[in-house]
Design a protein around this ligand. Structure first.
Ligand code: BV8
Ligand code: ZN
Length: 245
């Protein structure tokens, strides 16, 4: 059944030129990728993501953390973008000034055609030296052992932002500028729990944006939203593109 959108939201969007979108793991759920709050499966069931996605976990057991990311990278590699990803790539074409800010590391937005994109938490396909002396793109073969940096010999690690680590400076700055100058800010498929990404919606609202949340479940941001649509982003977003005409 088609999502119905309030006419005033549609006319505001049709007249808008500056739109910013934050996405989280929920946007990739219909591509078959687990979200952060879904219970992990198999051997990962005994771990919480927060206990694997940290520098301490990597220090303690680099092999385990590598295996965790290698499994997720394989999953992301075989996953396909879903209609929600494609709808976001379509929306990008409709607004003069559109930025897609994602917390996801699966690369599915790029594969669906999104161009104006900031990856706040890095990307599964890239690896870098744990002492930051270089970044190696597109790690092809899945390393049997934890690979060493060719320059300094330190262990290589996935180029993602772990809990307790700072987000990429330029990406975060770009995201904050886009959020606080937007006319409409969407928060899509995210539980709104992880900082500083979750604050972007409130920064946008404070700066005068219309804040729209699209998420399967209500979140701590829902009561701040001017419009909240609860359901699957892979259904609601294509409906929005259709409704905008
Ligand atoms: C920092 C990359 C400071 C790795 C990720 C208290 C104690 C300890 C720490 C903190 C604290 N308070 C704040 C912090 C800091 C911490 C934080 O926020 N912790 C949280 C857990 C409380 N933040 C940090 O550590 C950040 N760094 O603060 O640094 C600093 C500053 C300067 C110098 C040094 C340090 C770093 C955070 C980044 C961590 N890395 N990812 C990896 O992926 O392995 S975060 C990780 O969580 C993913 O990126 C994920 O995207 C993100 C958020 O999760 P969601 O995307 O929202 O996914 P989730 O499962 O939660 O929700 C999915 C939603 O989708 C659900 O609501 C569901 O209903 C919905 N959904 C499901 N299916 C669908 C759907 N919606 C629509 N359609 C569907 N089909
Ligand atoms: Zn190095």
């Amino acid at each position: 059944m088609m999502t119905t959108f309030p006419p005033e939201l549609l006319s505001f969007l049709r007249a808008a030129s500056r739109v910013a979108v934050l996405t989280g793991a929920g946007v990739s759920q219909e591509s078959g990728l687990r979200t952060f709050r879904d219970a992990q499966v198999g051997i990962w069931a005994q771990y919480r993501p927060e206990d694997l996605a940290t520098p301490e976990a990597f220090e303690r057991n680099p092999r385990l953390v590598w295996d965790f990311y290698a499994t997720r990278r394989e999953g992301a590699g075989s996953a396909q973008p879903n209609p929600g990803h494609y709808a976001l790539a379509e929306l990008e074409k409709r607004f003069n000034n559109f930025l897609l800010i994602t917390q996801n590391i699966d690369g599915l937005h790029q594969r669906a055609g999104s161009r104006n994109l900031v990856e706040l938490h890095g990307n599964l396909r890239r690896i870098r030296c744990s002492r930051r002396c270089g970044t190696i793109d597109e790690w092809e073969e899945l390393p049997e052992v934890v690979p060493a940096c060719p320059k300094c010999g330190a262990p290589l690690r996935p180029d993602v932002v772990w809990f307790g680590e700072a987000l990429p400076e330029d990406g975060l700055h770009h995201a904050i500028t886009a959020a606080t100058t937007s006319q409409v800010f969407f928060s899509i498929g995210t539980s709104g729990l992880v900082q500083p990404a979750a604050s972007l919606a409130l920064m946008a609202k404070k700066a005068g944006s219309v804040f729209v949340e699209i998420n399967y479940d209500p979140t701590p941001l829902t009561d701040q939203a001017d419009y909240a649509f609860h359901g699957k982003s892979g259904e609601i977003l294509p409906d929005l593109v259709k409704a905008l005409g």
